[in-house]
Design a protein. Structure first.
Length: 113
């Protein structure tokens, strides 16, 4: 699955005006950095609660920006959390951190262009 669906960025630019996209991308990138920083510091139950919180938020924000891999993973984690699944594994944390970082790098490259 692609990290960035350019057609969604193009659609967003049509809807809100291309001049507004860089500001929104900057906000999105800031959110990703906040998630990376905080998730990196948490363990155990705090980690599980934070994964649940950010997964729910990322479902929509990642979808809005075409961050498809991050959206899909966030939707899976959110669904698992809602069905009572365990979210305190190192795998969940590492996969989320990896996707957050990869997405941030890919979108930073887009913003820098």
């Amino acid at each position: 699955m692609e990290l960035l669906d350019q057609s969604k960025i193009d659609r967003l630019a049509e809807e809100i005006g291309a001049e507004n996209v860089p500001l929104l991308l900057e906000i999105f990138l800031g959110e990703l950095q906040t998630y990376i920083t905080k998730l990196s510091q948490l363990e155990g139950q705090e980690q599980a609660l934070y994964l649940k919180e950010i997964s729910h938020a990322l479902k929509s924000s990642a979808a809005s920006f075409g961050a498809e891999a991050l959206r899909a993973h966030s939707a899976d984690v959110d669904s698992s959390a809602k069905s009572g699944g365990m979210l305190d594994s190192t795998d969940h944390k590492q996969q989320m951190l990896s996707l957050l970082s990869d997405t941030q790098q890919r979108y930073q490259g887009l913003y820098d262009q």
